[in-house]
Design a protein around this ligand. Sequence first.
Ligand SMILES: C[S@@+](CC[C@H](N)C(=O)[O-])C[C@H]1O[C@@H](n2cnc3c(N)ncnc32)[C@H](O)[C@@H]1O
Length: 283
Amino acid sequence: MATCPHPIPYQGSKRRLAAQVLAFVPNDVDTLWEPCCGSAAVSLAAAREQRARRFVLGDSLAPLCSLWQRILDEPGALADEYQRLWSAQREAPRAWYDEVREAFNADHDPAKLLFLLARCVKSAVRFNAAGAFNQSPDRRRRGTRPERMREHLLGASALLAGRTEVRAGDYAHALDEATAGDLVYLDPPWQGTSGARDRRYHQQHERERFVADLERLLARGVRVVVSYDGRTGDRRYGEPLPERLGLVRRELFAGRSTQATLHGRSSETVESLYLSPSLVGAG
Ligand SMILES: C[S@@+](CC[C@H](N)C(=O)[O-])C[C@H]1O[C@@H](n2cnc3c(N)ncnc32)[C@H](O)[C@@H]1O
């Protein structure tokens, strides 16, 4: 496959930015930790470019971690199951999507999650208060075709299997074990500043915890790369990380926002990347 395998369609994926992130990752990394991994775009790109000996993928979303484990262990069987789920939507796609979603909420089966992510609006995981996946299907798309999905699953497995560990849970657990020969790539989800007061309060709390965790990690000499705030045109989202961390901030060009283009505004989307100073020479 000419492009890097990327089997899990995922809102917020760093797929398009992975090459720019990788420009700062040296090739002597012992373990690359990606503890908010989602679709693991950066780890996949790093494995392809042989930047690290081992990988640890983590996410607080346990079924997503089960999906990664299945990609590592049985990509062919997973591709078969995806093909069966995808093909069965033919006559009544909405009813079939609802049926798969209900079944996933009962059994948390990784193949069903993969199908739901490939078919749902914006490939965005959404859960209701009871913890059930409740995202709607995208009516305009059928989701990645099975032959293409198989290529991505086998390709990702070939890159990562045998040298990757998957750990479900909070990012902070993984950080305790990272050492000075390692590199931690963090792409946490709390950068937004808008929303209801409760939500802002929660985000502020998560930010303070995150900054304190980063401080501890840096004090142990672990190299870090953090995706955090950004801006589209003049509109900023997220608060920058505090200067006292001593990280170097670079801006990555993330492309043009079609929404802003429609309104005739300056529309380039730029994301901040924060780096341990020792990594900056490499970029
Ligand atoms: C912005 S997405 C990461 C996207 C990823 N870089 C990619 O390329 O797909 C943030 C991820 O962090 C996960 N997450 C949220 N809270 C977390 C926590 N406390 N610990 C670990 N992961 C968390 C979410 O489930 C989500 O998959």
